[in-house]
Design a binder for this molecule. Structure first.
Ligand code: ATP
Length: 282
């Protein structure tokens, strides 16, 4: 049994995010096309004597039990009755409260790593159900490939045929809480759910045309810097531009890696935003 493992914990973007209605449990019913990107945190895990210890470097996040990783580890150890503890290190690069799912990804990576380290042998569906009790986006990162997410995000269907995409991902450097964005969302007063049919998306051009996010207007209102970022990316020749998740991170899709890298360089020097990734191959 290995007592130590390191893993990449990737960020995600939402290529499509539709809000279909409000649920009785307070969450929103969504339909979203989600994909992991190259940007990632580095995580390492070692089995130790007792309890969970956490050390985070890079972008600051809590190191106590309020870190979602702490909760994931505790839940796993409890459910599997593991006698040992775990020591976890996170080198954080994914901006926090950014619409990139960094915390959810870290929690999912923790469940996957502990399953491996402790040889608990839980199957993917069991890990995804455990993940869903921690956060709506956690199952997606356990699923491990491009997916359509339904329900509050925990019901997943493989998104077939999504091609690799070159991206410039820009974060304006200010956090935006997911709860605040949903709190400011005005959807119809009826309880009726909007019907949604999954579009057929096979090419980068089709995806660029289909980009859509029902949270974009609210996040743009709460964080006006988003508007400048969108304009800059469009001016630099992006095929399509969108806010990811609840924002405020914005991504632009580009035809080639060269185009993406050139646009990324221009953005970095042009308006001084915190530039995240030259390209994301999905
Ligand atoms: P989403 O796309 O799901 O909205 P997000 O990227 O906007 O996610 P996260 O970065 O996942 O948001 O989480 C934001 C909040 O969670 C912050 O208040 C942050 O302090 C807290 N948090 C707790 N643990 C972590 C972690 N391991 N990584 C990032 N944020 C964490």
């Amino acid at each position: 049994m290995n007592a130590f493992v390191t893993k990449d914990s990737p960020a995600k973007i939402n290529l499509i995010l539709k809000i279909l209605g409000k649920r009785d449990d307070g969450f929103h019913e969504i339909a979203s096309l989600m994909q992991r990107i190259d940007l990632h945190d580095d995580m390492s895990f070692a089995l130790t004597g007792k309890g969970v210890t956490l050390r985070c470097t890079g972008i600051p996040v809590p190191e106590d039990s309020t870190n979602i990783v702490y909760r994931a580890a505790q839940l796993f150890m409890q459910k599997t009755g593991s006698p040992s503890g775990v020591s976890i290190e996170i080198e954080k690069r994914i901006p926090v409260a950014a619409g990139l799912g960094g915390g959810s990804s870290n929690a999912a990576t923790t469940l996957l790593a502990l399953n491996e380290l402790t040889s608990a042998g839980l199957d993917r569906d069991t890990l995804m159900a455990m993940g869903a009790s921690i956060g709506s986006d956690v199952p997606f990162f356990i699923y491990g490939k491009a997916a359509w997410a339904f329900g509050r995000g925990e019901r997943l269907e493989a998104a077939e045929g999504i091609p690799p995409i070159w991206l410039v991902v820009c974060n304006p450097g200010v956090p935006l809480a997911t709860a605040e964005v949903y709190g400011n969302l005005r959807i119809g007063l009826t309880n009726e759910r909007i019907q949604y049919t999954i579009p057929r998306l096979q090419t980068v051009q089709q995806i660029a045309r289909a980009l859509e996010n029902d949270l974009e207007e609210v996040s743009e209102r709460l964080c006006p810097a988003i508007t400048d970022l969108k304009t800059s990316l469009a001016d630099l020749g992006a095929l399509g531009v969108l806010v990811s998740g609840s924002g405020p991170t914005v991504f632009g899709m580009f035809e080639t890696g060269e185009d993406a890298l050139a646009a990324g360089e221009r953005l970095k020097t042009g308006i001084g935003v915190s530039f995240v990734a030259g390209a994301g191959s999905l």
